[in-house]
Design a protein around this ligand. Sequence first.
Ligand SMILES: Cc1cc2nc3c(=O)[nH]c(=O)nc-3n(C[C@H](O)[C@H](O)[C@H](O)COP(=O)(O)OP(=O)(O)OC[C@H]3O[C@@H](n4cnc5c(N)ncnc54)[C@H](O)[C@@H]3O)c2cc1C
Ligand code: FES
Ligand code: FES
Length: 1225
Amino acid sequence: SKLGCAEGGCGACTVMLSRLKGDQQVLHYSVNACLAPLCSLHLVAVTTVEGIGSVAQTLHPVQERIAKAHGSQCGFCTPGIVMSMYALLRNKATPTMDDLDDAFQGNLCRCTGYRPILEGYRTFTKVGTPRNTQETCRTHRKPEATPLFDAKDFVPFDPTQEVIFPPELMVKTDSLCFHGDRTVWLQPNSLEELLSLKWKHPEARVVVGNTEVDPNPNLNPFIHSLSLIRDRVTGAELRRAVDSLPLHQTQVFLAVLEQLRWFAGRQIRNVAAVGGNIMTASPISDLNPVFMAAGVKLTLMDKDGSRLVQMDSRFFTGYRRTALRPQEVLVSLEIPYSKKTQFMSAFKQSPRREDDISIVTAAMSVTFSPDTSLVEELKLSYGGMAPTTVLAERTAKELIGRPWGEELLQAACSSLAEEMTLDPSAPGGMVTYRRTLTLSLFYKFYLTVLLKLRDQVWVRSDCLSATQIYHQETPSSVQVYQEVPQGQHLDDVVGRPIMHLSALKQATGEAVYCDDIPLYENELYLALVTSTKAHAHILSIDTSLAVSMPGVVCCLFSEDVPGSNSTGPIVYDESVLADGQVTCVGHIIGAVVADTQSHAQRAAKAVKIQYEELPTVVTIQEAIAAQSFYEPIRTLQKGDLEAGFEQADHILEGDMHMGGQEHFYLETNVTLAVPKEDGEMELFVSTQSASKTQVLVLALGVASNRILVRVKRMGGGFGGKESRTTILSTVVAMAANKLKRPVRCMLDRDEDMLVTGGRHPFYAKYKVGFLDNGQVVALDVSYYSNTGNSMDLSLSVMERALFHMENSYSVANIRGRGFLCRTNLPSNTAFRGFGGPQGMIVAESWVTDVAQRLGRPAEEIRRLNLYKEGDRTPYNQVLDQFTLDRCWDECLRRSDYKQRRANSLSFRQNRWTKRGLAVVPTKFGISFTAVFLNQAGALVHIYTDGSVLVTHGGTEMGQGLHTKMVQVASRVLGVPISKIHISETSTNTVPNTSPTAASASSDLNGAAVHNACQVLVERLQPYRSANPKGCWEDWVSTAVVLLRVGRTPDLGYDFNSNCGRVFDYYSYGVACSEVEVDCLTGAHKNLRTTVVMDVGHSLNPAIDIGQVEGAFMQGLGLFTLEELHYSPKGVLLTRGPGSYKIPAFGDIPSHLTVSLLRDAPNAKAIFNSKVRTEPRPPPHMNSGSSVRNKTVQTSVEFCKKRQNIPVPPVLEFQLMSVCMVNLFT
Ligand SMILES: Cc1cc2nc3c(=O)[nH]c(=O)nc-3n(C[C@H](O)[C@H](O)[C@H](O)COP(=O)(O)OP(=O)(O)OC[C@H]3O[C@@H](n4cnc5c(N)ncnc54)[C@H](O)[C@@H]3O)c2cc1C
Ligand code: FES
Ligand code: FES
């Protein structure tokens, strides 16, 4: 299993536990290994992904199907997903699709877009074979594609063949006591024993599921009582009760079950206890509002006896405090049956529906006097509105005796507005939104009760949609691609959807990532010491306590850097270790090296640093006010701006903010440095940039020829491992060099998020001039990016934003300026799209403004202004091989745009639910804009046994680059892919490589592999001629070729003269999305997305479609879900999956079509392909994801506009807030 977050939020660590219940019954359940204390596993069988099958022996069907369905890209999430599925199958051999949804609620994947995983696992359900196959064939008379995989190839699943529960664990458990260095673990065997232990150790923490991670852990004893718990938050007992009792008695149970639907993920629910949720007393607990509204009674017990306590306003005595006494434990809760005249509802509003903490959670119960609609009892309970769960007692009292009708509603809203107040500085923010939610949730409750009370006639039909409970549709999908030409030899796999070559290993856990490399004998661990201040002088560093701690070997600070302390990917404006001053929170000041990870991390925390704080600049606005910019300020201009605005019939001005984005690669940054003889150093690094890593190790003062950087694979990169990896690898290498021992460090998720930066937040101000007919004639845009505390790659990111400022629209007179804001945040960096999405989203904003001003559909304005073949971009590049218009037409046709738009307009009659539809184009320039980077190399060995070893300059981070390179080599050499292998990327095989970035790697490295193989084919020709009847093995003799390929020689652009080619070619795409918005809560769902992408002749349609879908989800996250929060002092507050939400399984569109444009060969790249597979590839980000995301966002905004709601281009809950403020005030 893998470690992705260590806080139960990503599922990468999922394993299956099997435990004996009673004498015979064995329970199998998935859990997060990262939260399971080792001591709690006594007499428990732990099954990991490695335990159910292997490539070498037999694959388990669960492993085989995810791999062959293309559901594993970087593979770091795959073991966890495999184990969630495996645990499901151990309990239900033929699950439903709903079971799958439930099983994966606690698993995240940042690469695939989830669709292929579900398609692969759908084959275990009754539904069986993916719908895609049938739909593709049905919707098009002539099949346009064979399916991406054939389920008939799968080994049948036989549930009787699973391993049995180990008989040696079938013994009765006894009381246990484990003594550690620092704490004690006590495991009682009976309630009496538990009570007596708690009496003896009142300070001890009772642990059940251990899912309530203590932010301030102390060393008090732990008393583990999981085995004494009857029901966890799975709700199994309540479900049984609901099935057997009359409906009117089970209103409370149903409300609890509704909350449990969205309570954490399956792995958490499998271990977490209801009691744990109550006793944690979290103000945003999902269950406590229901229990309070239902009047649940708790039995609290100590050694001397028990007492019954009602869960009312006296039970929670303060933030995370209850009326429980130190010696007491909660032993049971009594959930009442509901009465005949009682109705109850529960609500949870969170940014992400699945596995997310609430913004506001609520439960409401009303009981009517018999045969009337007069309120006899009312309880309104809210979480997220105070330091504890609260009852709106005043409002409830005021409504007693009133009839359930309009007047009551008005009174309730006014009273709730007064009672449910929040201080503007309340923790959690979103104060207006949270307050309005209290009203809108009550309104939903009001309508729901009205509906039940009096029948539908009493509820206005246009309001009915407000009463609907969210139901997740089973997603469906279609993938369309062009088949290889008839007659293409079966061994020629170019253009075929072959599986990622590491997918099987990834699914069995055999794939080796950096941190899987076994420990070296004398290896040490390094922990970083980072700044807690955003801008400060370092006055003193006190390591006295740290060095006295167990296992500590040494501390490193700037004075220990043997070579240059200056570093940076382009401009050397950073320090390896802070020297006298820190410029962001997370700035690396030093490191502690110790014998183990925990020793190093504990000691790093014990380093005391004194600072003298200096003024900080955190936001773009603060930077603008302080004129805090890096040089140069870039300008890109074409035409006559003044004349353009004069010619315009209308001029509009606007501005737009776009937040940053965390890469959230599942594998955090990791480096293992192994010193060798003669000052040599071998570095195993999870990096997109092996050569940059090698060069920056100059901090050691050794030449590059002594540094070997090896990259086998990464667990995701997305641009985040292009340049920022070196801030860790350099320090680790330094430590290894100093101590002459291997040193390793894998960042914790919170550290990784803190120190490495992410996508640049942007702010843009624009002025657009246009004619009456909608044609845009002038545009002036100023972009400001939050660059952070160093330049890193920010200038190139800004340049790319400028190169995409017109997106796909022809604007004759245009000017774009780019300002890099110097702030006290960690340096922001490359991220899929590399500034392109930021540039393009602003274009979509002004296009929408123009359409709105003219009262015309936005797609008309988009189509009108769309480029045509032969047009020139603002940087004077002629658009040839232009396919955007074809993509546009196909997208409209496939999405049934006209009909859906008409439907969405008629949907308008719903007062509280709206639908919006948008279609958005993109074009994305392919090449590094830094010309010298457009090169690659390849080294191809043919061994005498006929096997081929290919090495090239690109790194594998899940995007399938190695797979594509093998496909290229296979075609050129004319040998099957089974004879070809790629082992790793390394600086001693292909030197001086460019980072794997800019979506150029399959072009560049593909060309290098092609050339190298071509040379070998030519060299082999005499042997072939001499022995025409021979085979490959007969012909080959040892052959070694290293070729450097200087690609795209005509590239080179100059900002001053606005001349020269920026890009080799463009990748085009169009997407259409339809979304539905709940105006009462702001929640939205993506009903349908259609994407048409021009990928030329795809080298591998499965990989390309996977990249499109993965990028789509990443962009969906960017524009609708993911949000980084900083304190005003520059402290990143969102440092893990608990607070930073990336899209989950439940966020995929209900229907997703991805079509790769047919008959669109690209003469400029390998085998007529177009790149599409890079990790942070602009193509998807741009044509793919950002198109789609822009589309989703545009659709959401379309809904808002129908409601005449002001449109801040922001995230979902801000939208909800705006909606509701409008509706209720
Ligand atoms: C990824 C993740 C997602 C989550 N999602 C949600 C969510 O959606 N909604 C939500 O409400 N919560 C959520 N939680 C919080 C947590 O899972 C729940 O509060 C859970 O019910 C706690 O149960 P537990 O058995 O794990 O408690 P533990 O962690 O074992 O204990 C929690 C606290 O309760 C005390 N305690 C436990 N049992 C007793 C007892 N019988 N008597 C006295 N004290 C006791 C413990 O001493 C401890 O202080 C989430 C947590 C994680 C990690
Ligand atoms: S590592 Fe355990 S859930 Fe993320
Ligand atoms: S394949 Fe899922 S995170 Fe990479």
